[in-house]
Design a binder for this molecule. Sequence first.
Ligand code: GLA
Length: 714
Amino acid sequence: MRQQIYRLDSSDCTLLLLSIDYAIPAVAYYGSKLNSQIDAKTMFALSGDAIPNAKLDSRTQLSLLPENSHGFFGEPGLRGHRNGRNFTHRFTVENVEQSADHLCISAHDIDAGLQLAIDISLDAQSNVFCWKHRLTNQIETPYTLDYLACPTLPVSLPMNQLTTLHGRWGKEFQQQTVELAAGKFQIDNRRGRTSHEHFPGMIATEKTTGELSGKAIAAHLGWSGNYRLMIDNISEHQRYLQCGELLLPGEVILKQNQSYETPVLYTTKTSGGLSKVSQQLHQYARKNLLPKWTRTTRPVHSNSWEALYFDHDMDKLIALVDAAHATGAERFVLDDGWFVGRRSDNAGLGDWQVDETIYPDGLHPLVDHVRSKGMQFGLWFEPEMVNSDSTLFRSNPESPLKHAPYPLLPARNQEVLDLCQPKLFEYLFHSMSILIEEYKIDYIKWDMNRDTLNAGADQQASQHKQIHAVYRLMDALNKKHTGLEIESCASGGARVDFGVLQHTGRIWASDNIDPIERISIQHGFSLFFPPEIMGAHIGSKIAHLTGRQTTLDTRAILALQGQTGFEFDSRKLDDEERVTVKHYTDIYKQNREWLGESLLWRLPSIQNCLHVRGMVSQDQTQSLWTVVSDGSHLQATPGKLTLHGLAPEAIYEVTCLNADLPYLAQFGKAMPLWMDSNSLTLSGELLMQLGFMLPYMPSQTALLLGCRVAGTKQ
Ligand code: GLA
């Protein structure tokens, strides 16, 4: 028997793959970094399992692409056929190329006429591994591909806690943790976008894993279309994790020499708990995925949507710009309602020309005013959509994705355009480019407000191609308009993933900006995504989606967990509120540079209803901590808060940065002693070991604490 071992090391992790007799390798080890070397023979001896009764007579491996022909009875990594033939396969490794951070294994199955490339790369610093497969049809008969998974990975049995994220419009990224048992845990998304319903990521942990310690493996599929995520448990191989794109029937038929490539599966492992998992993913995304502009000073937004909705009146808009500017806004974003026929959400999508009935001089008077204030200008688009009441639809009734003769099923009165039609793609590219150039648009809020059904073109499924066309359109615009920033919004957070992040760089995580609802939304988001790319706007006193009334302090403190901005109507602020908003935008501006590279710590709950998180600068000199209450704590007072991630020997000053401390003080007889002077000077060690008392925090209150090395500015 011939055994071959392949090894990749990141700063904290080692991956060992073992191939036996040229079969597709299996993960022999993926865990904490090993300092020792191990040869293939020893690895083979260690991995060779017992052969139990009532099973195959030979040993089987859980390979990166598990094959039935190698004795695998679970979900094969590849399903496809040639008109019913070649329904199974058995690949042989033919070539391997390796560098320190990249491994490419090619294998073929001559009988099946298929070639497979297994591509594994890693970012050593962040400990994130990237896995993908590419399948090529090598012979003349077309090969119908039903499913090609990304590399399949083992998950050890003690890692039996699975965290995933789910939701709906207005309640995205809700964390669910279940205990894995026998059988399969599976998420299928067929909504034609990443979806509100499920997020394409999962984190498996041990029972004892918490935010600050314990083993965890996170896996995220960077794809904005249909997908399947699964963890299965079969008796020969214990547990395995598999993710891939969900293809519609007949969607990918490979002709000779044509290839299909899976989306990338990103994984990261740690024994340092969930906050560490997030830090690794954040660092990876910052360095490898996000557009460069996300690393520049992130401006404070003022968005027109909740302030004016479709009421686009020039005087009101100008007044809104003035008021927003006075409290610190640096970029004004004109949301939905500016283009031809768009007086409500019934009409206009697709007609990307300024509506001259409400803007007789185009957007120039507004844009000029915005610029005169030294602010940037952003504009809302929903390029993939069309209303039947639009010139685009009337002149191109064949423009939506569909399967004739089945009827279109509108959602928000709109249909999804077939972006693979070259004339539509060109039309969108040109009409958007004209506006971007004419108004020197700095930023686009790119929306996508419906799920896709019957995603067909010419009677053939086209969902896979559609997603690539969306990415291409974003890329074409990014390329032509250097410096343009695109935000990904899809009825809030229905398109948030590492795939779209390579073309966009800001995320509208939810339309729900009720700060109490935002606690769990922002918590879930933060598991995978860095805080600085999340638009987090301060809403009105009464939240539009929930009717909940909260203080400005609470709303602003939650908004400081991301790229802050305003969704409220700035014109309606009273003098006191204006001062408060200015107070918080100033804090954001003073800290945003280091916040954009910070390490996020979510601390274990100190009371049932208190949520604590901190953003700590890479050099550990600065940090901002938020404590938010979404209920009543069980104890009479919350007790002590101990911080995390500070330098033990450094001396820090802690200050409460709430604008309205008396508001909090009124709920008790006295505030904690240290808050009498609102300043605490302590070593990092004492802050992390002894901690300090928190004030009484009734429901819907929030505390903002600054903690910086004494003598530095915050
Ligand atoms: C979606 C977005 C909102 C807003 C509206 C405009 O719902 O999520 O933020 O832009 O569209 O129609």
